[in-house]
Design a protein around this ligand. Sequence first.
Ligand code: SF4
Ligand code: SF4
Length: 339
Amino acid sequence: MDTEPQLLSVQHFCVHDGPGLRSVVFFKGCPLRCSWCQNPESWSKDAELGYKATACLRCDTCVSTCPTGAMQAPGHWISDACTRCFRCVETCPGGALTQFGIKRPVENLLAELSQEFALYRQSQGGVTFSGGEATLYPTYLTELLIPLNQAGIHTALETCGVFHLQAVRPWEQLLTSTVAWEAFSAQRLWQMLCRLDLILFDLKLMNNLQHQQHCGSGNRRLLENFSLLTQLAQAGRAPGVWPRLPLIPGITDHPDNLQALAEFLHQSGVSVLTLLPYHNMGVDKFSWLQRPVKYAHPMLSEEALHTATQILQSNGIQCYTSGEENYAHLYAADAQIAL
Ligand code: SF4
Ligand code: SF4
């Protein structure tokens, strides 16, 4: 049994995270540490305290309220001494302190999502699981997916691709038509993945060392996962897999990376890609969490986006901006799958 997840938020009426109008559920916990990450509050699996100096009234209520003495001064707490009781958040009159992460029973979350079912159906939208990395919680997700599947709600996953797919043995047999999905029902990850309609799979750097340097771990596992899932999808035995590339100035937009990515996508039978241009709106969150900023750059310029698009398209990759994808054409015409 995997641990019960901490949820960061649920956002409704989203248009960039799969087809139609969607609700996006953000999970806490991520195996990567990308230097340009806009959601550092999603890194830890645990609930966390955040402090926004611009909203602080300097009233010292947090210091006097803290039962452990962890809060030494406004915005300065000793992490090891903090029990995450969040009493300081409850009593902060300025709204400067925030609790990142809350546990919600599946029924409680489902009740909120079900209020939007009519909207999902009308817009051909649905629910997207994002993060952080939602695959850390296959048991919770499966419990959520079962009623969503029964209600005919489209479901999607946004993933960094780092999960233990290869632990499902013998996974090669999944490619043969003679093996039933049910044979793998004991495998929690598969049980969850097979209930999804779409996987939005982030790819970043094709060079393993660069991936290690900028994302905190190598890319071998996630590339293997992408290849396997796309093979399975094209055989009609897994959800469709749509790749996305965060376009980070000076890092992922380097022509060598774009060309290597195009080649990899072709090898996987995929010729589409969503580009996610870097924005720097999440930089302040690092200070809210008492963490140093690793990467602070201006937003990606229109020119850099245009150049990257040209390189990819000249290498046979159809580029999309998020929210404008044509999900009906995931794979080559002779290997399309129904979504
Ligand atoms: S209680 Fe809130 S507003 Fe008052 S000092 Fe602490 S963080 Fe600032
Ligand atoms: S979360 Fe609790 S223990 Fe941590 S600083 Fe706030 S009041 Fe103190």
